[in-house]
Design a protein around this ligand. Structure first.
Ligand SMILES: [Mg+2]
Length: 204
């Protein structure tokens, strides 16, 4: 008797990203609400993903279906990122996920890149959306906690001022520190993560 995971794995290469008018409407509303933003920065763990990946073990053999099940809302995120890029906006991920500091060997940039390549169907040298350029992933120093050092790097790299940047993060501390430093912020509660439900809550 196959369990659900086995069935999903068997279907793996048939996995596709759903799209409907509901998603499109939410994406357009989100874009309108943040029309002044040029660089959208997401936290990774428990914002893009449903659970923290920090102490989990991953390897490159894990199939796309398994990864999609760990992402809060793969359909929404896939289409939103494409929509924003199509409008000339920039996207990035800022994370504390750092394999030097956590037990998993496959962590930090490598893990985030793997998740995003699975979601965005990047195979081999095909065009990627997330790379070392727009994934900033390391544990900040005690004196520089929060995401502000990550945001500073992205601001300099993209040449985009902080008032044109938005941080979406499930950490109240990260959001408060970024706001205090002049970035736009959006708190993403852990119970919804970055999902259609979350967008419905902030876009009423
Ligand atoms: Mg997080």
């Amino acid at each position: 008797m196959q369990n659900m995971n086995d069935i999903l794995n068997a279907l793996d290469e048939d996995n596709h990203i759903a799209y409907d008018e509901n998603i499109h409407l939410l994406i357009r509303k989100f874009y309108k609400k943040y029309s002044n933003i040029d660089l959208f920065v997401w936290d990774f763990d428990q914002t893009i993903t449903k659970f923290s990946t920090i102490h989990s073990t991953y390897n490159k053999k894990i199939k796309k279906s398994v990864i999609l099940n760990k992402i809060s809302d793969p359909d929404l995120y896939y289409h939103l990122v494409h929509y924003l890029l199509g409008k000339g906006k920039k996207v990035a991920i800022a994370s504390w996920n750092d394999k030097k500091f956590f037990s998993n060997q496959f962590g930090g940039y490598q893990l985030i890149r793997f998740f995003m390549d699975k979601l965005f169907d990047v195979v081999g040298e095909r065009q990627y959306i997330f790379s070392e350029y727009n994934i900033v992933s390391y544990m900040p120093s005690q004196t520089d906690s929060g995401k502000n050092s990550h945001l500073r790097i992205l601001s300099q790299r993209f040449g985009i001022e902080k008032n044109k940047m938005l941080l979406l993060d499930d950490s109240v501390t990260n959001v408060q520190k970024a706001a205090a430093d002049g970035y736009n912020v959006c708190y993403v509660p852990k119970d919804v993560n970055f999902s259609k439900e979350f967008l419905l809550n902030i876009l009423h």
